[in-house]
Design a protein around this ligand. Sequence first.
Ligand code: HEC
Ligand code: HEC
Length: 368
Amino acid sequence: MSLAFRRFFILLIPVAFVCYLVSCNTKKSTCVVLDVAQKPFEKLSDYNFFAGVMNELKPNARVIAYDLNTPLFTDYAQKARFIYMPDGKTIEYDTTKVLQLPVGACLIKNFYYQNDFREKAGSPKRIMETRLLVHRAEGWDALDYVWNDEQTEAMLEDAGDIKKVSWTHYDGTKREADYFIPNKNQCKGCHWNNSTSITPIGPKVRNLNRDFVYDGVSENQLTHMAKMGVLKNAPALPTQTPKLATWSDSVNYSVNDRARAYLEVNCGHCHNPKGPAYTSGLHLNLENANLQNLGFCKAPVAAGKGTGNRLYDIIPGHPDKSIMTYRMASVEPGIKMPELGRGLVHQEGLDLITRWIAEMKPEDCKVN
Ligand code: HEC
Ligand code: HEC
């Protein structure tokens, strides 16, 4: 071998090693493998989002766990959510809209049922799905990976499905449900940006402003992301940042704040002036301050079975006469609200909205 050749090889070894570290293109590494210009992997494990045994959902490098103050109800499924941020990219702090994640980022939402909800986190569970929103150069792509019964792998599926699940509930009762796996079109039904494109929903500053336990240490999620260098220009203190109420926390929040947070997250992604339910004129997003658009003494746009012969979406003081509670208490297609994503009644959510309406100053709406 000539000297020049030998020099070339000696140089090549460190270069190859550095490339290996940066691109993390091996399954054994602790790095995520995601090229948003490529078509999606068939197998969830190929992304390498999780370290070690995949079903323990332990995040790899640059995969940041988060939780929400108020989440979406989906038949009592428990969730483990993560943001994957590509190296060197950042997110600008913004309280006016959902955080604008860079191209190359991915949101990861795992749906599971612990066998017994009374056990602590990490006890035996069945993971149903891992849903991804991948930020490609041309926009967000929605992908669904359905877990096998052995809990070793999840495969890409577009068609949707229904699976039986059972668990022991917080109150010790045995529960079961027909667990609903949405098809690709249904993702768009909720993650609606406009009729052709989709958007993330949950990662808004106010809903992220809470603590999370990272490796045994509790820290505010926004502070954690700022310290990682991922979130830019966030105020120094979480108290300087807006905070969405926790819908179930009756100690720290008023019934009104809890109800508005519940409606924002469970209904507001469709019921807002630009959402798929905008024609109803019922705007349940947090920003809406107009009482009639919130449903007060508002007649529904469509008569028929979705009203239960009730006249207004909300009659203050009268939950039993309001369409809102009627539709939340139904599991029938064409009546139930939300119209997608649940087969069971969310009793605790319905109780909250019932109490909210009951505590309003009673009013007899005028028919006009
Ligand atoms: C019934 C409405 C609904 C449907 C259908 C739905 N989502 Fe979502 N999704 C939400 C809401 C609301 C949130 C935010 C609240 C939460 O995470 O609890 C969310 C959160 C997510 C997240 C976490 C990031 C974010 O946007 O908050 C991902 C990833 C996701 N969904 C992917 C999907 C995919 C993929 C599908 C289709 C297979 C889908 N979703 C179908 C309503 C829906
Ligand atoms: C996936 C989108 C979607 C979600 C989520 C959703 N809705 Fe709706 N909603 C619609 C659509 C579309 C209509 C109009 C058609 C109809 O009345 O069925 C509607 C209509 C309604 C109406 C009748 C409004 C009127 O004045 O005509 C009420 C009340 C209602 N929804 C309540 C709720 C509540 C409460 C939630 C959350 C707990 C919710 N919806 C979540 C899509 C949605």
